[in-house]
Design a protein around this ligand. Structure first.
Ligand code: ITT
Length: 194
């Protein structure tokens, strides 16, 4: 059976990442494909809350099964910041360069560089809510390396690798990333249902 699911995101990088992770059993549609052009507010204080807000919005308005994710970069020496504020850490918008600058500045002279990306996926099927989580541990390096990916990728070095997420081919990042891990759990769950 083929599942149709809406992925409640406007981030095309994430859509293509997830599309390449999900096989033929699932047809994933973007917000754009269902004609949803609103910017869904992400006002919750946690990743779980924001993921649910986005999924709930689509489910309520369009009556379609859907999932949404929210991701944060959690830096140990900054008490988990930028966390739920990762997208708008330096400014109101999604200014990746300014966000990286702010993090590097805050970590300047700080020895503990430990950080992790954490993704939470909220899935709504027929009104029931399910959560999935994926984590990748690593560290924040002092200068940008690489041009692939997005967000904080140029300064994130995953544990056990000597390439940042921005230096790795997408296929490589997809094998180990926070989102990949959360989506893998989502897929395993859906497989059991199908
Ligand atoms: P949507 O809300 O439309 O899904 P978004 O860009 O806000 O897109 P997230 O809330 O999932 O995406 O992520 C928040 C921020 O965390 C994002 O803007 C990036 O700065 C950062 N981020 C998320 N995933 C990342 C990744 O794989 N690599 C680097 N940075 C990432």
């Amino acid at each position: 059976m083929t599942y149709e699911l809406i992925f409640a995101t406007n981030n095309l990088h994430k859509l293509s990442e997830i599309q390449s992770l999900i096989g033929d059993n699932f047809t994933i549609k973007s917000l754009q494909q269902i004609g949803c052009t609103e910017d869904i507010p992400e006002t919750a204080p946690t990743l779980e809350g924001n993921a649910l807000l986005k999924a709930q919005y689509v489910f309520n308005k369009y009556g379609k099964n859907c999932f949404a994710d929210d991701t944060g970069l959690e830096i140990e020496a900054l008490n988990g910041r930028p966390g739920v504020f990762s997208a708008r850490y330096a400014t109101d918008g999604h200014d990746f360069e300014a966000n990286i600058d702010k993090v590097l500045e805050e970590l300047s002279g700080v020895e503990n560089r430990k950080a992790r990306f954490r993704t939470v996926v909220a899935l709504i099927i027929d009104g029931s809510v399910y959560y999935f989580e994926g984590i990748v541990n690593g560290e924040i390096i002092a200068e940008r390396k690489g041009t692939k990916g997005f967000g904080y990728d140029p300064v994130f070095l995953p544990d056990g690798y000597d390439l940042t997420f921005a230096e790795m081919p997408l296929a490589e990042k997809n094998k180990i990333s926070h989102r990949a891990r959360a989506v893998k759990q989502l897929i395993d769950f859906l497989m059991q249902k199908s």
